[in-house]
Design a protein around this ligand. Sequence first.
Ligand code: XIL
Length: 512
Amino acid sequence: MFDRIRNETRARPGWLVLPLAGLLLVTAIGAAARSAQPAAAAGSSLRQAAEAKGIRFGTALIATSNLSGNATYMATAAREFDAVTPGNEMKWGTVEPTQGQFNWTGADQIVAFAQAHNQVVRGHNLVWHSQLPSWVNSTNFPTATSVINVMQQHITTEVTRFAGKVIQWDVVNEPFNEDGSFRSDIFEQASVNNGTGPSGYIAAALRTAHQADPNARLYLNDFNIEGVNTKSTAMLNLVTSLKSQGVPIDGVGLESHFILGQVPSTLQQNIQRFVAAGVSVWVTELDDRITLPASAANLATQANDYASVVRACLAVTGCVGITVWGFTDLDSWIPGAFPGQGAADLFDSSINPKPAYSSTLTALGGSMASPSPTPTRTPTPTPTPSTPPGSVTATPVVASSSPFFNEEDLKLANTGTVTALTVTIVVQRTTGISFSGQYNTVGGSILQSNSSTASAVTYTFTLASGQTLGAGSGRVFAAQTSGSGTAHPTAGDTFTVTATSGGATTTQSGHF
Ligand code: XIL
């Protein structure tokens, strides 16, 4: 059944060698996942249905508290998906924030989760202009040779470390501008300067990755290359040119961050032309964003969008996998990156399946497990409680504290339903610091805004009208800044949380 993806899965052996700590972690995770697993019916999960069609169905995972503390999140990730991509944990800025000092914690956690659940790992990514640590800049590496050398060292270290555990790599991410020209980042500039032309670094990166793990499948990944257009034609020309030079290139990743109702009609045709050029195609980062609040009609359109992507992939042998960029609105990147938009995923922020889940499963040829028989006994009615009062605990966490990229998070846990909430985080605008972004892992209709003055950046999160938050924990409200100035937190980086639960309003404040 895995005909299409035999080559993509050949790095799977060797999973059983796990460090003890990882083993304990995955054992705990495995137990949580198994206990929540419904009775299996043929094709009653996305992964089962996809495997019956010979493709893989994956998700991005973020190594936050959800991956070790939210049993429903872990059980769903394990049950529905057979491929995993770390959302941020394998990026250069995460793994090597300082030259020569590596942090593999998040990446290892995700790899351990995948191994425990018989999932393959897509490595994302090795070379990208974004989320690049500040030490990698042309001032530190003034010659073209030194830039390309540092790139190759990074690739060799990371690919070697995960050899046998990561089946395929996005070796270069987002190399093109919208008009099909090469993006002018430090790698492209270096290869123009060393006489290998704008794609010289791409060939060098692919060759280096292949040397470090000859079994890994090597991909180039980009957005807005899903339909037939100038940018996808540029990618196709690059692939053809690399192949003619004997450069190892196995696949192209179509990110597929779609806007509701705008899946390109030429998706299948475009996949076909890449496959005809001799590479596999993987839909690598699928989501479908909606301007909030999402209506029932929006969710129905979204269901069509997801199904049409599945159909286009299944129609072309050589389209070997689909990965969604997060499976739940709980920890989607969309509200942070596109303020006012969200609800882009297969499951809602309470991890209940949305219409897009059913349409995706159906398009894969599966069907929902039959519901358990209706009980015949009449249940004793229980009185509906009025909203119970509950404690609300706010905990400040410094998630990242280098001068280049700072993230100060407020973590919220509440034992009763919260009916009104305002979270404010103030970050001092020290020299060189600028606004970078904000996000919450609560998802749904949380409203986000920010404002800044010469002295501070203020981030605000509030519940939308009518929105409530049931009891829960590990919810993250994140404030990000970037820049080359003072390391944060500094004195004056503060938070204030005002929450109403059970009719009582409490305010908590403090500093990072
Ligand atoms: C995004 C992550 O999901 C966010 O958490 C992060 O803040 C920014 O990057 N294209 C890519 C992904 O290739 O790496 C990006 O992931 C989304 C766009």
